[in-house]
Design a protein. Sequence first.
Lengths: 329, 348
Amino acid sequence: MRWFVLSMFFLFILLIFFISMNTGETPLSPNEIIYTLLGGGTSFQHLILFEFRLPRIVISLLVGAGLAVSGCILQGVSRNALADPGILGITTGSGLMVVLFLAFFPPELETPIYILPFLSLIGGIITAAVIYLLSYKKQEGILPIRLILTGIAVAAAISALMTVLSLRLPPQKYDVLAVWLAGRIWGSNWQHVISLLPWFIFIFPYVLYKSKVLNVLSFGDNLAIGLGVKVEKERLKLLLAAVGLAASCVSVSGGIGFIGLIGPHLARRLIGADHVFLLPAAAFAGAFLLILADTIGRSILQPAEIPAGIIVAIIGAPYFLYLLAKTDK
Amino acid sequence: MSKNEAELRHKSVQVSSRPITASIMITVGLGILAFVLALSVSVGAANIDLLTVWESIFHYNPNSTEHSIIHQIRIPRSVADIAVGASFAVAGSLMQGMTRNPLADSGLLGLNAGAIFMVALCFAFFPGISYNFLILFSFLGAGLSVALVYGIGSLSRKGVTPIRLVLAGSAVTALFTALSEGVSIYFNLSQDLAFWFAGGMAGVKWAQLKLVLPWIIAALVGALVISRSITVLSLGEEVATGLGQRTKSVKIAGAVIVFVLAGASVSVAGPIGFVGLVVPHITRFLVGVDYRWIIPCSAVLGGLLASLADIGARMINAPHETPIGAIFALVGVPFFLYVARKEGREMQ
């Protein structure tokens, strides 16, 4: 059953993958795509497919998967159904660093893309720490709902700060900020993919390796301690992994919220709460959702496009409201 | 039914108010407001000294550029500052009083985003619609958000709690903002709507004010009229019913006033949050919990704060304008966190 769900996800992703390659100003038929992928095709088709469409598709797959896994970890660690790196404000903190860097880095020098994920990580860690400290209370620890509330408030303050800072920017740099805020997938070449990959190669297996710990943690602290898990230490490691994934994703895409919320929930519905399967399923679900949103956004009104973040929010916000009505804590 | 709640009820039944502090606050506030108003008219891309401001009002000379700047741009803007600040603040205090929700604010509960969504729809489907209808749709949008937020907040078995409402409000804001952005991209209205997304009083004109001010003034007077009932309602629904109040009609009247205030302000200034959160808290701290005093004091303080913030918006990064909404968010968020923390236990 589980393998069936995973393979269904894979098939769906493959389907949209082809539709997405087909979508754009110059339509390519499925035959042409396959032919070009296998090495044939005109040089023009080659250019469109390999230099424009494929990198973007790969990036949206990676970003969707990364954000969903990050959300899945956050939900497991905080036992909070509403956790998501976007809603919690972690991605906004990362985005601030990215925007600051892009804005103030002298344009004469070629921007070293590989630095972005690191800066983004610093921003994410600082934000996560601030949110954690602000929502911590001595008697009660961290109440899930207060964590979300603090996250939303901190995110509001950071975006206000971005807006104020942005006014000091020349117009062409201001666009960087506008694109980020709208949640557009702006990383669009292989360099961006390469800058993203190492993070995934290291963090994904690590998180999968820790999936049993994540299972235990989601039962509650007392039980976890009883089973011999060093709760605080493990929680910190997993949180760091979640922030790392979200931060690296944000360094090539805009502030996309709600993927980290819907992806894991969809996966949990289909595959159950065991993180050994839940994590890969969440990754598939997130990748599927984001590539779908990006394809829809690109095809509704060509040649202009609606940023994927907007499409995701239109689907994700009602789902958040539904969860909110359902949860009791 | 913890000790806390009993304590809270005990505290709020003795309606403590400080009429003298309140009267002083209103008089002094109005005095400062007059001064700030003059300052606000004189500060800007071209600084105009106060003497010229005085002259332009009492000896208007149509040939002077400075005089026409003052009349066409500065005065409407300063009047809008006061009207919008007062509206958001009074809307906030009404909401906080009626629902006993310390985190109520038209921005936080999604009213502003709802109003903008409706404005966006108007631009998309009825281009060239008159400003009057735009305002009406703006009211509708604010009402739609309230219905959504409270509807969803009350669906849960534990009922409406302040934090749940804020969370629902933020999701409704995210949804309506995304929808408005989608509409603006789809119908190619980004230019027309950019102003409403960012917010600010920079482009306010007399023609606009003439249509909006009557609504705002009527709603402010309405708020004063029902202020006594709001005080009773703020003691809790059971107490209010026990004292023989028809809570339903008061709530409906209050809600309509809130829609009008929020919708009208958004149609002038765009989404400005946190004014409605911060001002009522400060006012309650100063004058006690009687809404007959809280509402006029909030109006004065709200107008004052918005005027000051707008002067700041022009000066921080002159000659560029800093969005006033961002300034309020930077000030308001720490305040919000403080309130959420302090009163956190009662709100869960």
